[in-house]
Ligand binder design. Structure first.
Ligand code: AMP
Ligand code: MG
Length: 413
């Protein structure tokens, strides 16, 4: 048996996270081209500059009439001869001359000679003429070329996650494809002799495998490409074969269960034998038995089987690794809230409590921890908006204390 002491155990959460990010950063995923239809949610692998001015031509910001500013009436309504019209996407319009106008719609190129658009609402028709009321400023309702992006502007930075608006910007530059980080290919194992797939009958002492979905869903939400899932028995030979195979074709292996110190917890020993353990056990609650290692070409995140432990370790330790591997910009602990009630922590680990979030009328975000905090109770996660982080150095938290918040998928809705 390999020496279990040859790797660190009982590391702090911050130390565990830095080590994970350090190792994950060395395994940056290569870039690939995807079509814009498939680009949403992916991480941009290059900087994107505007290849031309957007908009590309001076155009009307309103439906109305294009005129020369110098002809605008100072006090009384004034007639302008209507020369023609140009709609968005339409053909060339006649040139606007003294005291004439051309009908335009929003987005139409501004006709030659014109420099101002009078809103339709400030005009009325009178035979061949359009009567224009005073009040329109010189150059009003005209969008200059390049007012959104000028040629060469740095528009999107490498590492940005592609939101719908960012994909829209890329489309506005005329690109049909974009270079993004390849998604990590992952294998998920849920392990335990007691586990049964939903839809099948339960035997004595059996439970349904909920982690396959609570963890699998988190992977999906975090842009991980799941190569396969397997439900495995607590059998070292089965585990060994499955791990070796996954180490040959995955970037990341996620396992749930079998990583504590029980009789049927084979993972730590097995991994020390056929792979490498970077560390085992983190000073956190829930989630203490978490193990981080590698096998073949894959990083291995062995999450404890307790449903809440899996979620807490995923959000605090796995998510930063996924960001590092795809080169995603990290916002760190971007979200904080005040505790609605006092908490006394009875242990010296970092605690992740399930909480509801609510923003008051003054703009303060409040976190109310839920009553059911057991690490086996998925209900706590299902009813929560976020996990609040109670750091290990502090044991008394007064009401109003500001804590870091890890939002759960689905919040704020
Ligand atoms: P373990 O980490 O294997 O010691 O499991 C800890 C607890 O989590 C036990 O009560 C298991 O029955 C439970 N558990 C393990 N895997 C799963 C799973 N996939 N779905 C639901 N509960 C699980
Ligand atoms: Mg187990």
């Amino acid at each position: 048996m390999a020496d279990k002491r040859s790797f660190p155990t009982g590391v702090g959460v911050d130390e565990a996270r830095s080590r994970i990010v350090e190792i994950a950063t060395e395994r940056m995923l290569p870039a690939e081209h995807v079509t814009l239809e498939a680009a949403g949610g992916r991480v941009l692998a290059i900087d994107i500059c505007a290849p031309f001015d957007v908009p590309g031509f001076v155009n009307s910001a309103m439906d109305g009439f294009a005129v020369r500013a110098e002809d605008l009436p100072a006090s009384a309504e004034k007639p302008f001869r209507l020369l023609g019209q140009i709609f968005a996407g339409g053909d060339m319009a006649p040139e606007v001359l003294t005291d004439t106008c051309v009908r335009v719609t929003t987005g139409a190129p501004l006709p030659r000679g014109a420099d101002t658009v009078v809103m339709k609402e400030n005009t009325r028709a009178d035979g061949e003429h359009i009567l224009i009321a005073p009040g329109t400023a010189s150059a009003a309702n005209v969008r200059p070329a390049g007012e959104d992006y000028a040629t060469g502007d740095l528009a999107l930075k490498r590492g940005m996650r592609l939101t719908p608006a960012r994909v829209g910007v890329i489309a506005s530059f005329g690109f049909a494809e974009v270079k993004v980080a390849r998604r990590p290919r992952a294998v998920l194992f849920t392990t335990g002799d007691e586990l049964v797939a939903p839809g099948k009958p339960l035997g004595f002492g059996h439970i349904y495998d909920s982690n396959r979905f609570s963890l699998g869903g988190l992977l999906q939400q975090h842009d991980v490409a799941l190569l396969r899932h397997a439900r495995l028995r607590d059998d070292p030979i089965v585990l060994r074969d499955a791990l070796l195979r996954a180490g040959a074709d995955a970037d990341i292996i996620f396992s749930s269960g079998g990583v504590s110190a029980g009789e049927a917890d084979f993972l730590p020993r097995l991994l020390a034998e056929i792979g490498e353990v970077y560390f085992w056990k983190v000073r956190m609650r829930p989630g203490m038995p978490f193990l981080f290692g590698k096998i073949g070409g894959a990083l291995l995140f062995a999450l404890p089987g307790n449903p809440v432990s899996g979620v807490a370790t995923f959000l605090s330790l796995v998510k930063p690794a996924l960001q590092a591997m795809s080169g995603a910009e990290s916002r760190g602990a971007a979200l904080r809230a005040r505790l609605r009630q006092a908490i006394r922590k009875r242990h010296a680990r970092t605690e992740f409590q399930r909480a509801r979030l609510e923003c008051d009328a003054g703009g303060i975000l409040w976190a109310t921890p839920l009553e059911k905090q057991g690490s086996g109770m998925l209900r706590g996660v299902a009813e929560a908006d976020a996990l609040v982080v109670l750091p290990e150095a502090v044991s008394e938290f007064a009401a109003g204390h500001v804590v870091d918040v890890l939002p759960l998928p689905g919040w704020p809705g």
